[in-house]
Design a protein around this ligand. Structure first.
Ligand code: ADP
Ligand code: ADP
Length: 226
């Protein structure tokens, strides 16, 4: 089963002007169920654009994006948003947690936006936070957490709606090497346990080597690495 299929993706910013930037030039990538793929890409190569297109936050000029067998290009905006909410989890370099809310509430909110009751959302949030070792910190706001803890909360938030696909843009890039290693191990454990598929952008080749497959984005195309 293919959870994410990108086929012949093209994207140009400022088309038809002297400032045109052809970021993606026929990028293709299938990701199977349970497969964890490292995306290595120099900065400016279009990594964020590719992740946003894969997560239905941006649309390609040309090419096909399929998530769990559904062709996003054939769906209404409303249906695309529903798929994004239900099937895709995002993690960024910075946690982007809401500062006024506790860790627990930050993990509850996407579930409630997706129709879950407060009780159900709370139970699931507690379960996820406990799994990453943050049960005792559930009531803390982001400013009361260390960088590694806040990033673990961001993972829980990304996984709150039990998506099929995790998209991560340098998820440990803001942490010191020892914390990055630890937080990455927690992420991989939870991804493996849940059978999630993931596309994880990283500059860290040691982390990339611990994934199932490494691909490189260069000159607007995705190629197998090494
Ligand atoms: P990366 O994540 O690999 O650094 P991006 O996908 O953010 O790459 O950007 C790829 C290229 O496209 C860069 O040259 C960037 O300046 C350009 N770019 C990104 N977003 C826009 C935009 N909204 N308008 C114009 N150019 C953009
Ligand atoms: P790290 O192990 O990532 O270096 P810190 O030294 O920043 O973590 O924090 C150690 C512990 O203290 C963490 O468990 C964190 O939750 C807690 N802590 C850090 N800053 C605060 C704060 N402002 N308020 C409450 N607890 C905090």
């Amino acid at each position: 089963e293919t959870v994410l299929r990108l086929d012949g993706i093209q994207k140009t910013y400022n088309p038809g002007t002297v400032g045109a930037v052809h970021v993606l030039r026929g990028a293709s990538l299938p990701i199977a169920r349970g497969e964890v793929v490292a995306l290595v890409a120099p900065s400016g190569s279009g990594k964020s654009t590719l992740l946003h297109i894969a997560g239905l936050l941006d649309t390609p000029d040309k090419g096909v994006v399929e998530i769990a067998g559904q062709d996003a290009g054939r769906l209404s905006d409303r249906a695309r948003t529903a798929i994004r909410r239900a099937e895709v989890g995002f993690v960024y370099q910075f946690h982007h947690l809401l500062p006024e809310f506790s860790a627990l509430e930050n993990v509850m909110l996407p579930q409630q936006a997706n129709g879950a009751s407060a009780r159900r959302a709370r139970d699931r949030a507690m379960e996820l936070l406990s799994r990453v070792g943050l049960g005792p910190r559930a009531g803390h706001r982001p400013a009361q957490l260390s960088g590694g803890e806040a990033q673990r909360v961001a993972f829980c938030r990304a996984l709150a709606n039990a998506p099929k696909l995790l998209l991560a843009d340098e998820p440990t890039g803001n942490l010191d090497p020892a914390t990055a290693d630890q937080v990455f191990a927690v992420l991989m454990d939870i991804v493996r346990e849940t059978g999630l598929s993931a596309l994880i952008a990283t500059h860290n080749m040691e982390l990339a080597a611990r994934m199932d497959r490494v691909v490189r984005l260069a000159e607007g195309q995705v190629a197998a690495e090494g």
